[in-house]
Design a protein around this ligand. Structure first.
Ligand code: FES
Length: 179
């Protein structure tokens, strides 16, 4: 967070569309503090991840302490602090998915593909994040690939997903389970 005090070093600003959304967000929330999460989400939607400079920008726009904004962004796993891979994998590690085999899948990703939690592969293709309940326990184990849910995962199904992504094909969104 070395640059948090130097406002001149950030060149991030909301684009026109997001500036409009930001202003609308401010109208929808009673305080600027209450608008923090949607504003962070907007910034991440624009950049893909949240740098210290972007957090400083958000703090400035909302007249909040940069340290507070930083703490919130670090707390929620949905906010990415580093550039994700082209395919950002979010594998659930919560209770139901763990019981149904998510730990084996994490090991499979590491051993077979060199995809490790918290890291992006050298070719920039995959990043893996272990997340809490994705709200689809009925179809555990569950993983998101970018915005798509992949459910009832097995090692074989995971292989198909990874090989498909390598070939440039994102997995199909499955019929909704119990999200
Ligand atoms: S525990 Fe994994 S989706 Fe709920």
């Amino acid at each position: 967070m070395a640059d948090m005090e130097n406002k001149d070093q950030t060149d991030f600003v909301f684009n026109d569309e997001n500036e409009k959304k930001f202003r609308k967000t401010l109208e929808q929330y009673p305080t600027k503090m209450a608008a923090l999460l949607p504003t962070l989400w907007l910034a991440m939607d624009q950049k893909g991840y949240l740098t210290d400079e972007i957090l400083e920008y958000v703090a400035d726009r909302l007249e909040l302490s940069p340290v507070h904004v930083y703490a919130v962004a670090e707390f929620y796993t949905m906010f990415l602090r580093n550039p994700p891979g082209k395919y950002h994998l979010q594998l659930c590690r919560n209770l139901t998915c763990t019981i149904c085999g998510s730990e084996d899948l994490i090991a499979h990703l590491a051993e077979t593909y060199g995809i490790f939690p918290g890291e992006t592969t050298e070719d920039g293709l995959f990043s893996l994040e272990l997340v809490e309940c994705l709200g689809s326990c009925g179809t555990a184990p569950v993983m998101r690939v970018n915005d798509r849910y992949c459910e009832n995962l097995t090692a074989e199904k995971l292989d198909k997903i990874i090989e498909g992504c390598k070939a440039g094909v994102e997995p199909e969104e499955e019929p909704m389970g119990v999200h």
